[in-house]
Design a protein. Structure first.
Length: 191
């Protein structure tokens, strides 16, 4: 058994200046914590997915677009204006490799557990990957109810899927996290 814990205190990085980037960062970022207990044995609860495989894609040329920066003795959240345009292509690069390894196509994926980096991020990822409103509804719900809590956010989206998505045994899912670097982590899930 293993415990996966994600805690982010984004409010520790709130900064006040006259930039749109700071206003947006302060408006959508929130504090959050989430934990999962992973069990390698047979689970009695079929609503809990198994992590089948994962793929990472890093674009070091975009290192200045997402992350934290020291400014005037404080940490400041950095959310570049191009993030929403970068997310879809980066996800696609990791996703192609992952799906190919397992002989799957996007049409075979029932649940899309996408990190809601912001409204524009969800909109652009949805359009780029050809997802439906139904497939991004859980990400939108978490963004609306909790904001972008950085690393715990995608765990909140998975919780929404498990509680309200009605997953069935043998359903496939894709879980997507976005982060500093700019980095994309994509996990293949199976219920």
């Amino acid at each position: 058994m293993a415990l996966v814990l994600a805690v982010e205190i984004c409010s520790a990085c709130y900064c006040v200046d006259n930039t749109v980037e700071t206003v947006v960062g302060n408006a959508i970022c929130a504090d959050g914590a989430a934990a999962f207990l992973l069990d390698a044995g047979d689970a009695a609860n079929v609503r809990s997915p198994e992590v089948v495989d994962f793929q990472t894609f890093l674009d070091p040329e975009q290192i200045e677009e997402v992350g934290l920066r020291h400014q005037d003795g404080k940490l400041r959240i950095v959310l570049g204006a191009s993030i929403h345009k970068l997310a879809g292509p980066m996800i696609e690069k990791a996703l192609q490799r992952l799906l190919q390894r397992h002989g799957l196509s996007r049409s075979g994926i029932r649940f899309w557990v996408v990190h809601p980096g912001g409204r524009k991020v969800i909109n652009d990822v949805q359009a780029y990957l050809g997802l439906t409103d139904q497939q991004t509804q859980f990400s939108r719900t978490v963004l609306r109810n909790y904001g972008n809590m950085s690393s715990p956010t995608v765990m909140f989206v998975l919780d929404e899927v498990v509680r309200n998505g009605d997953p069935h045994p043998a359903d496939w899912g894709i879980m997507v996290a976005l982060g500093p670097g700019m980095a994309t982590e994509v996990a293949l899930l199976r219920w």
